[in-house]
Structures are given as structure tokens and as C-alpha cells.
Design a protein around this ligand. Structure first.
Ligand SMILES: [Zn+2]
Length: 251
């Protein structure tokens, strides 16, 4: 029954707010992971994008304006990771705040000595546990220009990671997945890359992924969708875990 209601709602939303063909083609040109999908998966993604735009509020700030093509493009990037999972995986939050460019959040934290520190670092994106996703539009448009980079997929990976608590590189796994194998594979790869980085060797992923387990998962997810062949070649076990988690086979 639930499925019938859901299907009916999906059909209604898609019928009322279809994505015009030129906008969809534009999104496919800009989003390599979506472009590489087969026709059936692209059609499913198009429905998901329609539902995403119905469900989430995209809020440009600081004078930025997003037209319909921009919104469809952003939603297309955002829906790639949940193509085989469903929009439920993005439950619990509502808005995507979009800055024109890298933004500088004013952060304070109090250390053990009771000293309050304020940090101001330019950021391309940010995701809060129950709150909004924050993105820099300039960085959204840069997806794929630096090979393997996609800030929208990165922040969405953090959102998935936080479905079961704080971001720690351990999202809720699929039923048949082995939790121990996930932890082993990711920590082994992380340690190895950290050693390589210390020894000045080139890394197969953005070194930012070595900041924490959460960043490693997010950066590996970007690479999984943007440059699947490279990830599979250099970190095959990580690739296989992500394949099972996202239920997709991009390579
Ligand atoms: Zn991150």
C-alpha cells in the first residue's frame, strides 16, 4: 500500500514539474557521473532530481541567482549518490544554501584551557548533521574540472555518513555488508596513503581525504563517481566497498 501511495505521489510530482529536455541535457553535459549512466538509470535519475527539487529548498544568498538550469544541475549532482538508495536517504534536512563563491564561516571553539579560538577558513562546502548543506556555486561549477572533484557529492556523502550519528566515515551500511570489512578496508587504505603522503609520494585521491575518516569517505565517494576507473585501479578494495554501499557500478 505504501508503495502504491508513493508511486502515485511520484507520478503526480513528475507530471506537474517535469524537467524540460534542454535543462536535462544541460545537466548531463555538466555532470560526468550522470552522463555516463545508461538510459534506464538516467531516466530514474531524472525522476529523482524532480523529487529532490520538490523536497529541498535551494537558497542562493549574497546576491547569487540560480535559474532553473542551475537548480536542475545542482540537484543532478546531489542525486547521483542516492540513485539506487532513494530520496529517503536525504531525510531529516531541508535546505541547500548556496554562496556565490568560497565562503568563510566564523567559527569559535573553546579549548581545554578555556580559550576561545576563532577560525576563518574559506570553504567550498559544508554539511550539518540535521541542518542545511552549504555550497559555493563557483565550486559546484568546477565539478570534474579538477579530476575527481565534486563538492556536491562530497557534501552529500557527509550527509549519508551522518545518518547514524556524527560524521566518522561509517555510514549506515547495506544489510548484507560486513561492518568489519568496511572498517578494515578503509583504515588500511587510510594508513597506507598517510605513509605515502609522508614519504612525498603522489596520492590517487585528494590529500584532503587524510584529514579524518569522515573526509576520507567523502573524498573517496567523489572519486568513486567522478573517476571510478582510477579509484578502482589504485584502491580496489575501497572501490568495492563503495560499490556495495552505493549499489552502483560506475566503472
Ligand atoms: Zn568534507
Amino acid at each position: 500500500m505504501l508503495d502504491t501511495i508513493r508511486n502515485w505521489r511520484v507520478r503526480r510530482v513528475v507530471a506537474r514539474h517535469p524537467i524540460a529536455e534542454p535543462l536535462w541535457q544541460h545537466a548531463l553535459r555538466q555532470c560526468a557521473p550522470a552522463r555516463r549512466l545508461g538510459a534506464t538509470d538516467q531516466a530514474a535519475l531524472r525522476v529523482l532530481v524532480t523529487l529532490f527539487l520538490e523536497d529541498k529548498a535551494l537558497e542562493p544568498v549574497q546576491g547569487l541567482e540560480l535559474d532553473e538550469a542551475d537548480r536542475v544541475l545542482l540537484a543532478t549532482h546531489a542525486c547521483v549518490p542516492i540513485l539506487k538508495l532513494g530520496l529517503d536517504w536525504y531525510d531529516g534536512w531541508h535546505s541547500v544554501i548556496v554562496y556565490p563563491d568560497a565562503f568563510i564561516p566564523r567559527r569559535t571553539h573553546t579549548d581545554e584551557a578555556g580559550v576561545v579560538h576563532e577560525t576563518r577558513n574559506a570553504m567550498a562546502g559544508e554539511a550539518w548533521g540535521r541542518g542545511p548543506v552549504i555550497l559555493s556555486w563557483a565550486d559546484v561549477l568546477d565539478a570534474g574540472k579538477v579530476p575527481g572533484h565534486n563538492v556536491v557529492i562530497h557534501e552529500m556523502a557527509h550527509k549519508l555518513d551522518m545518518l547514524n550519528g556524527e560524521a566518522n566515515g561509517f555510514p549506515p551500511l547495506q544489510r548484507r555488508m560486513d561492518r568489519r570489512a568496511w572498517t578494515q578496508v578503509f583504515s588500511r587504505a587510510w594508513n597506507r596513503l598517510r605513509d605515502d603522503h609522508r614519504n612525498g609520494l603522489p596520492l590517487p585521491i585528494d590529500p584532503y581525504g587524510l584529514e579524518s575518516e569522515a573526509e576520507f569517505f567523502a573524498v573517496a565517494s567523489e572519486q568513486f563517481f567522478e573517476q571510478p576507473a582510477a579509484l578502482r585501479e589504485h584502491l580496489p578494495e575501497v572501490y568495492r566497498q563503495l560499490e556495495q554501499f552505493y549499489r552502483q557500478h560506475p566503472y
